[in-house]
Design a protein around this ligand. Structure first.
Ligand code: C2O
Ligand code: CU
Length: 457
C-alpha cells in the first residue's frame, strides 16, 4: 500500500468498487509467453531504416477467454520490437488512430530534443508524426512509450509500450547468446474487472495480475543451453524483486548497456522502467526441469527446459568498460515529493509542480554534473524513482554508502526509497534544448512530479 498515490482512494476515477470485487485473477502457467515480433523496415537504405507504426484501439485476449480493450502499437500489448544498430539511423512514422492525443518517447535514447517526445509535443487523433533516432550510442535495451502531458500513466498502462533494442557490432566478438536465444521480456501488472476491462485510476498496489510479454504468468519452453533475457519493468508504478528460486542469474547489462564484467545474482530489484539483462544457463538442469521467475512469492513466468541444444555462446569474463566521465564542475540537489495537502495530490520537483513552459535549470553543453536526488517523502513512506532524459548516468552512492548491485553500469532510472538520496554523475555531450527529468512511477509524473532542464551552449 506504500506505493499508492497518497490521498487517492482506490478506483477514484469512475471505477465501481463492486466491479473490482469481482476482479478477474489468473491460473499460473496456463498460457505460453509470446516474444514480441521484430518489426521489419518499410524501407532500408545504406544508413537508414524506416518503420511505420499505427497506434490504435485493439481488443486483445490477455486473460484466457475474455476480451480486453487496450491501446496498442501495431496490434499487440507489447509493441513490435525495433532492432536498431549502433551508427544506423532509424526513422519511424507513427499514425495516431486513437481518439486521444499521444506521443512517443524513446526511453534511454540519446536523441535531439525535437525527437524526444516532449510532453507537450503531441500527435493529435488522426495525425501522423516522424521520429528520428540517430542511434549514436552503444548496444542497449531501450523501450518506447507514450509521454503525453498528464496522461502518460494511463496510456502506458493501457498498452503503449514496446522494446527498442540497439545492437552494436563491436559487441559481436563477445559471443553472447543471440537470435532465438536473445529474448526481451516486459514484466508489468494490471487489474481486470469481471468483464475483462483493465482498471486504471485506483491504487496501483491492487493490480493483482502479473503479465510477461502481455500474457498472465505464462510458461516459456527453453532448450538446455544459455539464454540472454532482457528484462524490462513496464509497470507504471511497481517495483519487482525478481528471483529464480535461488538459482544464479548472470547479470551482463543494465539500462544503458553492458556491465564491465558479468555479475552473479540471485535476486534483482527492478523498479518501473529499469532494465536488466541476464544470462541463464539452462544446461545446468536436466530436460524436464521447471524454473519459476518470481516477484517475492508471486510467480511471474515459468521456464520449462524441454530439449537439448548445441551452444557456442559464452559469457566472457570481461564485457565492456564503462566510460570514464570527466570531473564534475557542477553539483545540484533535486528533491522529489508530494504535496499531500492538495486533493488530488500534486507531484513536486524541488517544491514545484511541472510547468512545461518553465526551464527548471540550465546545463552547459559539454559539462559534467553530479546530482544528489532526494526522496522528500520519508515521513509518508512513498518510494520514488528518478529518470533523466538524454543521458546515461553513473550512480556514485546512496546516502553516502556504496551503491548496490542494482545500481551498476550505465543507468537512466534509479529507485529512491522513501527518505533516502542517491548521487549520480552525468556528462552532457552534444544536444541542446529542453529535456525532462521526473519520477518514473508514472502515476506520480502524471500528477506533476516532473521538471525540465535546458541544455545551453
Ligand atoms: Cu520512460 Cu520520461 O520516460
Ligand atoms: Cu514518485
Amino acid at each position: 500500500a506504500f506505493s499508492a498515490v497518497p490521498g487517492l482512494r482506490p478506483h477514484e476515477h469512475g471505477v465501481q468498487p463492486a466491479r473490482v470485487g469481482a476482479a478477474l485473477t489468473n491460473t499460473p502457467f496456463s498460457v505460453r509467453m509470446p516474444v514480441p515480433p521484430v518489426l521489419q523496415p518499410v524501407v532500408s537504405t545504406n544508413d537508414v531504416d524506416i518503420y511505420r507504426i499505427d497506434i490504435r484501439h485493439t481488443n486483445l485476449e490477455i486473460l484466457p477467454g475474455v476480451s480486453t480493450p487496450t491501446f496498442t502499437y501495431g496490434n499487440q500489448l507489447v509493441g513490435p520490437t525495433i532492432r536498431a544498430k549502433t551508427g544506423r539511423r532509424v526513422l519511424i512514422r507513427y499514425n495516431n488512430l486513437l481518439n486521444r492525443p499521444t506521443n512517443v518517447h524513446l526511453h534511454g535514447g540519446h536523441v535531439e530534443a525535437d525527437n524526444d517526445g516532449h510532453p507537450m509535443e503531441l500527435i493529435q487523433p488522426g495525425q501522423t508524426r516522424w521520429y528520428n533516432y540517430p542511434n549514436r550510442q552503444q548496444g542497449a535495451t531501450l523501450w518506447y512509450h507514450d509521454h503525453s502531458h498528464h496522461t502518460e500513466a494511463e496510456n502506458v498502462y493501457r498498452g503503449l509500450h514496446g522494446f527498442y533494442l540497439i545492437d552494436d557490432d563491436s559487441e559481436r566478438g563477445l559471443r553472447l547468446p543471440r537470435g532465438d536465444y536473445d529474448v526481451p521480456i516486459m514484466i508489468r501488472d494490471a487489474l481486470f474487472d469481471a468483464d475483462g476491462a483493465m482498471l486504471f485510476g485506483g491504487n496501483p498496489a491492487e493490480r493483482n495480475v502479473i503479465l510477461a510479454n502481455g500474457k498472465p504468468q505464462p510458461y516459456f519452453p527453453v532448450a538446455a543451453r544459455k539464454y540472454r533475457f532482457r528484462l524490462l519493468n513496464g509497470a507504471t508504478e511497481r517495483t519487482f524483486n525478481l528471483s529464480l528460486g535461488g538459482e544464479e542469474m548472470t547479470q551482463i547489462a543494465s539500462d544503458g548497456g553492458l556491465l564491465p564484467a558479468p555479475v552473479p545474482r540471485t535476486g534483482i530489484r527492478l523498479s518501473s522502467a529499469e532494465r536488466v539483462e541476464i544470462v541463464v544457463d539452462f544446461s545446468r538442469y536436466p530436460v524436464g526441469t521447471q524454473l519459476v521467475l518470481s516477484d517475492g512469492a508471486t510467480p511471474v513466468l515459468r521456464f520449462d527446459v524441454v530439449r537439448q541444444a548445441a551452444d557456442s555462446s559464452q559469457v566472457p569474463d570481461l564485457l565492456r568498460a564503462l566510460p570514464v566521465l570527466p570531473a564534475a564542475t557542477v553539483n545540484r540537489n533535486v528533491t522529489l515529493s508530494f504535496d499531500i495537502a492538495a486533493f488530488p495530490p500534486v507531484g513536486l520537483v524541488d517544491g514545484k509542480t511541472y510547468d512545461p513552459n518553465r526551464a527548471d535549470l540550465q546545463v552547459k553543453r559539454g559539462s559534467t554534473e553530479i546530482w544528489t536526488i532526494t526522496n522528500g517523502d520519508g515521513q509518508f513512506g512513498f518510494p520514488h524513482n528518478f529518470h533523466m532524459h538524454l543521458v546515461q548516468f553513473q550512480v556514485l552512492d546512496r546516502d553516502g554508502q556504496p551503491p548496490s548491485l542494482d545500481d551498476a553500469g550505465r543507468k537512466d532510472t534509479v529507485l529512491i526509497p522513501a527518505g533516502t538520496s542517491v548521487r549520480v554523475k552525468a556528462h552532457f555531450t552534444d544536444y541542446l534544448g529542453r529535456y525532462v527529468y521526473h519520477c518514473h512511477f508514472l502515476e506520480h509524473s502524471s500528477l506533476g512530479m516532473m521538471a525540465q532542464m535546458e541544455i545551453v551552449p
